[in-house]
Design a protein around this ligand. Structure first.
Ligand code: FES
Length: 157
């Protein structure tokens, strides 16, 4: 292992070491960093170095992604704490509790979508008027066909 010591004495890891220990590819780590989910510093040779604590953040990101939590929500949750801070069990409980409600909402939405799909199976009409999946919540469609907003704007000129 080529682990270095950072100024504050915390172990630092190369991106390859982080990839190996977390099971996440280097390109995914670059992606996480570009999205602000994890943070690195640069050593004298301008190479990325991550504190070992990043492994816990990556574990949280992976668990959250596995449950379908969008990256923006994950970033928002992690952003409540200083970058590369040691996330405690209590903080994880707090995050996962918030995500539980978000997950329940998505489950209800998907169930409603599935139930709508039951009407479409074997149909194939994809009708704007009759298909619940083709154009749901089309309130402007009640006023007539065509680009209602655009037509209204043209009428104002
Ligand atoms: S495809 Fe016909 S109702 Fe959806």
């Amino acid at each position: 292992m080529t682990a270095e010591k950072t100024i504050d004495g915390m172990r630092s890891l190369t991106i390859g070491e982080v990839a190996k220990r977390s099971g996440v590819t280097v390109s995914t780590l670059h992606f996480y960093e570009s999205k602000g989910l994890i943070a690195s510093t640069r050593n004298a040779g301008n190479q990325r170095r991550f504190p070992a604590l990043v492994l816990r953040s990556i574990a949280i990101i992976k668990v959250a992604q596995r449950t379908g939590i969008p990256l923006a929500e994950i970033k928002n949750a992690l952003g409540r704490y200083p970058p590369n801070s040691k996330l405690t069990a209590a903080q994880w409980r707090e995050m996962s509790s918030a995500w539980r409600e978000s997950l329940n909402l998505r489950i209800r939405t998907l169930e409603a979508l599935r139930d709508s799909l039951d009407n479409c199976i074997g149909c194939g009409c994809l009708s704007l008027n009759d298909c619940p999946l083709r154009n749901p919540d089309d309130t402007l469609g009640l006023d007539g066909p065509g680009p209602r907003i655009l037509e209204a704007r043209r009428g104002q000129r």
